[in-house]
Design a binder for this molecule. Structure first.
Ligand code: DUC
Ligand code: ZN
Ligand code: ZN
Length: 463
């Protein structure tokens, strides 16, 4: 077993910032100590002077190989987890999908098979519940006991993933009984489908109309409804990919009341806007995701929510589709553009840029990107922090380096970057996954199959 010492860096966790040595024995951290204070014979010494030493990122919302919109998300578990590692993320929680008429178990098995032997970093699964019935509800209980402790439901996409209010209520009641967490895609899909049909009938077919029909008030309405259903069911609730300030207000109100209501947002809602959706020559299709990008004024509310914890997690909803051949499926009809953006590689860097820009503190960066997602989904303190006993998932980060984002240099399997040409400050230098160096400067040392499947505890925030 390798013994590794990372010396003299600024170790940042959600709780602390301290110049320290981090000592790793095998797969685990064994000490975080005043520099030079603990005798330790290391096989590998890393000088981290002037660098940050941070926990590996925990991205709690990815969709590798998701079948969606008549195609598949273009990152496989192999390419997507490799890109994650390059970007300083060492844990993902992806979504297995229940087929209509199929069981949750069969969906989970299928996703386990896709991921087995492919991942560069550790991974867990939530399950997408598409078909609520007596059998599904029983399975939710069994899967929760096996470490699949969270279930995504959709108030959007009628005929695909959509559940009605009665189905949602039943699943929430089960979650309330078992400690599972319902993750909600909160958009009123029935109303949105009416607006899509009306928009197309009027010849409004460009990507920009994707943002118009998926109205902020329809996100807010669904968020409100999900919260009330969760209250009735006595269940905790986690709103995924929140983008509208009106939806955030609903979450804030629920939290003010002391409810177990939580929400995540994603970097795209903080760094991109409807102006991107309106790019000419169908380029806007590159920015089609749901919930959609919003007008610039929503961003100030999201940043405020991140500071005051009404938004407690940043995940990516990584769900890439190539512009050529995939996004193009929606030429002449925005509703046929596969929904989703690439992002698993850029999250840690964009959030460091948020630190540089003064939106959040360094510790808050680590809290929302590492510690809280680990706690929310039952992985803390194994993941999300640097402490004795934690997995040695560690990133050595150069806060002064700059980089220019580009599809030509990123590692995600997608032919465009949402941030093409944008310069950010800060860069991942070295990445450890369970004590193994997987990224070293410009070199990739990881391998498919190193990543292990994670069984998870239930949400660690419930009161
Ligand atoms: N939203 C997306 O943008 N893509 C996949 C599914 C989802 O809810
Ligand atoms: Zn969603
Ligand atoms: Zn998603």
């Amino acid at each position: 077993m390798t013994r590794l010492a990372i010396r003299g860096g600024t170790v940042i966790t959600a709780a602390d910032e301290v110049v320290a040595d981090v000592l790793v024995d095998g797969e685990r951290v064994v000490a975080v100590a005043t520099p030079g204070s603990v005798p330790f014979a290391a096989d590998t010494e890393i000088d981290a002077t002037g660098r940050y030493v941070i926990p590996g990122g925990v991205d709690a919302h990815t969709h590798m190989e998701l079948p969606f919109g008549g195609t598949f998300a273009s990152d496989t578990f192999e390419t997507g987890t490799r890109a994650a590692a390059w970007g300083g993320t060492t844990t993902i929680i992806d979504f297995g999908v229940q087929q209509m008429g199929g069981s949750l178990r069969a969906g989970l098995d299928a996703w386990q098979e896709k991921a087995a032997g492919q991942c560069a970093i550790d991974y867990g699964f939530h399950m997408i519940v598409a078909d609520v019935n007596d059998g599904t509800l029983k399975e939710m209980e069994a899967l929760t006991g096996e470490g699949v402790t969270s279930f995504k439901m959709f108030m959007a996409y009628p005929g695909v993933f959509y559940s009605d209010d009665g189905q949602i209520l039943r699943a929430m009641q089960k979650a309330g009984d078992t400690g599972a967490l319902i993750m909600m895609h909160a958009e009123n899909g029935i109303a949105i489908d009416v607006l899509i049909a009306q928009s197309l009938a009027r010849g409004r077919t460009d990507p920009r109309y994707h943002g118009e029909v998926r109205h902020a008030l329809l996100e807010a309405e669904a968020t409100h409804r999900a919260i009330q259903l969760a209250r009735v069911a006595g269940a905790p609730l986690y709103i995924v990919h929140l983008s509208a300030q009106e939806a955030l207000a609903e979450v804030a109100k629920a939290r003010e009341m002391g409810l177990n209501a939580f929400a995540e947002t994603c970097p795209q809602y903080l760094f991109l806007t409807v102006e991107d959706l309106a790019r000419p020559d169908f380029e806007g299709a590159k920015y089609v995701c749901s919930t959609p990008l919003r007008p610039l004024e929503h961003q100030a509310a999201l940043w405020r929510g991140l500071r005051n914890d009404d938004l407690s997690v940043i995940s990516t909803d990584h769900c890439p589709f190539c512009f050529k051949g995939q996004k193009e499926l929606g030429l002449g009809d925005f509703s046929k553009i596969p929904n989703g953006l690439p992002g698993v590689e850029t999250r840690m860097d964009l959030l460091h840029q948020a630190v540089v820009d003064g939106h959040i503190s360094r510790r808050r960066w680590i809290e929302i990107a590492c510690a809280t997602p680990a706690r929310m989904f039952g992985l803390y303190p194994r993941k999300g922090t640097i402490a004795p006993g934690s997995d040695a998932d560690i990133v050595i980060y150069d806060p002064a380096a700059t980089q220019v984002h580009s599809a030509a240099t990123h590692h995600m399997n997608v032919d465009y970057s949402c941030y093409e040409g944008r310069t950010t400050t800060g860069k991942v230098r070295t990445v450890l996954s369970r004590g193994r160096i997987v990224v070293d400067g410009d070199g990739y040392l990881g391998s498919a199959g190193h990543g292990r499947y994670l069984t998870r505890d239930t949400c660690q925030y419930l009161r």
